[in-house]
Design a protein around this ligand. Structure first.
Ligand SMILES: Nc1ncnc2c1ncn2[C@@H]1O[C@H](COP(=O)(O)OP(=O)(O)O)[C@@H](O)[C@H]1O
Ligand SMILES: [Mg+2]
Length: 379
């Protein structure tokens, strides 16, 4: 994915010149001719960097910058201020408003692209340092694992985190259906043709969802099905770790395969997704034993209870937590109508129905995951 730069300037000539210099360097360029449009685009299109003029009619660059910094979705966006004003007082005001760098117009194209590249590199280091891997794995198939991974990831991305959702699977993954995304290159395609890929090839397969979430799709067609190896998983996680701040894995169900083991051993946190019926709970207990046997510390595992069906014999969160001897990441209420309608729309329930009880529960899960270390409900 080429880096995307948003240029906000009321002067059409400046927009054209700056846009041209950046395109020559391989960047994708978005433009806005006023401050309000710039803010809207920054929030909705998730650029990697903003170049911001100061003197504009409606909202000036200082105010746009302050508003970007006040919104969690754009708080970390690198901002380069670009203006005809060259006074020291303006530079100071720019930095006070939250700018990362400053350049006086007319800027030399070489210096402009060098500063853009430096800011992007610095931002990628800041992200790489924080990258954490959260693995969602179901006690068994069909308990709501993909739904949970997708909805939590979307909320984390909307909260301003740089998040990749990756389907680590040998066969068909359904996350793209839930997000209404048609991937060009899936994990299956990447590794079907060759068993090793560069970081750039792996991140090149990422797709962007309107929420800002990036997705690495699992196999889509039968001809892309494959047997993942530990080396494939390891190179994928290495690449994603350096291109994001959080990596969420929608993991295939527990298998005794070396690739599965590689993924859980490299995870910073495992969300064990289960329903509360006796079969699922028994499977959850087995999975927990397996995880502990692989050396995953119990404090890095949290139960995520999904009530897919309403049941008159529902166990309480306390009872489930005691039975599994496990802290809980959350409890997701039953919401068959909401889930069915989200599936029809191709829009995760947290976006389609943000105020529904199920969406509130996913919001709490996202909030607990964004704390470091992850917060678990202990009883
Ligand atoms: N809280 C819930 N209430 C009702 N239905 C749910 C809930 N969570 C998930 N589902 C539904 O359960 C089915 C399986 O979900 P999915 O996330 O694909 O499970 P898995 O990834 O574990 O196979 C889907 O039809 C989904 O819409
Ligand atoms: Mg699934």
């Amino acid at each position: 994915m080429a880096k995307r730069i948003l240029v906000v300037d009321d002067d059409p000539t400046a927009l054209r010149l700056i846009g041209y210099s950046l395109q020559q360097e391989g960047y994708d360029v978005l433009t806005a001719a006023n401050g309000l449009d710039g803010l809207t685009q920054a929030r909705q299109l998730h650029p990697d960097l903003v170049i911001l003029d100061i003197m504009m009619p409606d909202l000036d660059g200082f105010e746009v910058c302050r508003r970007l910094r006040a919104d969690p979705a754009t708080r970390r966006l690198p901002v380069l201020m670009l203006t005809a004003k060259g006074q020291v007082a303006d530079k100071v005001a720019g930095f006070r408003a939250g700018a990362d760098d400053y350049l006086v117009k007319p800027a030399d194209p070489g210096e402009l692209v060098a500063r853009v590249a430096a800011l992007l590199t610095r931002a990628s280091y800041a992200e790489a340092k924080e990258a954490r891997i959260f693995t969602f794995v179901g006690a068994k198939g069909g308990v709501g694992t993909t739904t949970a991974a997708v909805n939590a990831s979307v909320l984390l991305a909307k909260g301003g985190h740089n998040v990749v959702l990756a389907e680590v699977r040998n066969t068909f993954g359904t996350a793209c259906l839930q997000l209404n995304i048609r991937p060009r290159v899936s994990l299956g395609r990447l590794f079907r043709e060759r068993d090793s890929r560069t970081g750039r090839e792996i991140t090149g397969a990422l797709m962007q969802h309107p929420s800002g979430l990036k997705i690495l799709a699992g196999p889509q067609q039968p001809e892309e099905y494959l047997e993942l190896t530990p080396a494939m998983v390891s190179s994928t996680l290495d690449a994603l770790r350096h291109s994001a701040e959080m990596v969420v894995l929608d993991m295939m169900s527990a298998s005794f395969s070396p690739a599965w083991r590689e993924a859980v051993e490299r995870s910073d946190f495992v969300a064990l997704v289960t329903e509360q019926d006796p079969t699922s709970l028994a499977a959850a207990k087995m999975l927990l034993m397996l995880l502990k046997g692989y050396g995953v510390p119990p404090s890095s595992i949290g139960g995520l209870i999904v009530h897919r069906a309403r049941s008159s014999t529902e166990m309480s969160a306390l009872q489930i937590s005691n039975f599994l001897e496990l802290g809980l990441l959350g409890v997701i209420p039953s919401a068959p109508e909401e889930c069915a309608s989200a599936a029809r729309l191709g829009s995760p329930v947290v976006l389609a129905q943000p105020t529904a009880a199920i969406s509130q529960a996913f919001a709490q899960v996202a909030e607990r995951l964004s704390a470091d270390p992850v917060i678990l409900q202990q009883f």
